[in-house]
Design a protein around this ligand. Structure first.
Ligand code: IPE
Ligand code: IPE
Ligand code: MG
Length: 248
């Protein structure tokens, strides 16, 4: 039985989020500069996007660059930004052909003009896509996002347009950069690290977490299937008892 045939396409996670980690170690293991790992990581990214689109997954969020990653050596940050622009240039056609819509979350204003322009261009061009929504987290951190949301919400309160007593979770969510995107049901992290690293802290509240030792540049179709199969074996209880879940 192939891995693909073990997947129940009626029970796919509506949203998969991935922390693509391990590019640097992948390169170092080969005696190469970390940047080679990032370049190789783009190939994995392409394969995973195609696999998600083919399966019929609605949303795929990829953590590409965190707020904390700004603190890396300048040449690595520049190389990553260069890879970003290059990927946007090369992949826009493929996104369009596969009916994929691109969206970005994060502090996009912090990006260099060239990256920002290319990103906005691809977002606009692919906005007609009705298949997979590909969300790229760039200059993103969850605490930045939540603080930003709190700041914007308090400004509304100050203006008198919102009554603080009536603010619900749903209202708060509207101020997050992920507004309109369902919460991830499955979060995958590669490279063996067992942490969240400031990624979607609010949105991952009830996600199933899947960790694999595979380094991101080696992650492919088969590994993605493995994660989905593991997800489909979990019992998601949302605070209820197992009996209550089985009754349904
Ligand atoms: C993930 O790989 C890519 C980014 C964070 C941009 P790393 O660059 O973190 O790779 P490791 O963790 O050092 O191996
Ligand atoms: C998380 O990876 C961010 C991205 C994958 C973009 P890091 O490699 O930056 O995470 P930490 O700092 O090791 O937790
Ligand atoms: Mg890392």
């Amino acid at each position: 039985m192939t891995l693909r045939s073990q997947i129940n396409t009626d029970k796919l996670p509506s949203h998969v989020a991935i922390i693509m980690d391990g590019n640097g170690r992948w390169a170092r293991q080969r005696g190469l500069d970390r940047v080679f790992g990032h370049q190789q990581g783009v190939k994995a990214l392409r394969e995973v996007i195609e696999t998600a689109a083919e399966l019929g997954i609605g949303y795929l969020t990829l953590y590409a660059f965190s707020t904390e990653n700004w603190g890396r050596p300048g040449d690595e940050v520049s190389a990553l930004m260069g890879i970003m622009v290059q990927s946007l240039n090369n992949e826009t056609e493929t996104l369009l052909k596969n009916n994929i819509r691109l969206r970005a979350i994060g502090d996009i204003d912090r990006l260099a003009d060239e990256v920002k322009e290319r990103l906005n261009e691809t977002i606009n061009l692919t906005s007609v896509g009705t298949g997979l929504t590909l969300v790229v987290a760039l200059s993103y951190s969850s605490r930045w996002e939540i603080t930003e949301a709190a700041r914007r919400l308090s400004a509304e309160v100050k203006k008198g347009t919102i009554n603080p007593d009536s603010v619900s979770e749903d209202d708060f969510e509207k101020y997050l950069t992920t507004n309109g995107i369902p919460d991830p049901e499955l979060m995958i992290r590669t490279s063996g690290e067992l942490r969240i690293s400031n990624f979607l802290l609010w949105q991952l509240a009830y996600a199933e977490l899947y960790f694999t030792d595979v380094l991101w540049p080696d992650f492919g179709e088969k590994d993605f299937y493995d994660a989905i199969i593991a997800f489909q074996k979990r019992e998601r209880r949302f605070g209820k008892t197992s009996e209550q879940i089985l009754e349904k």
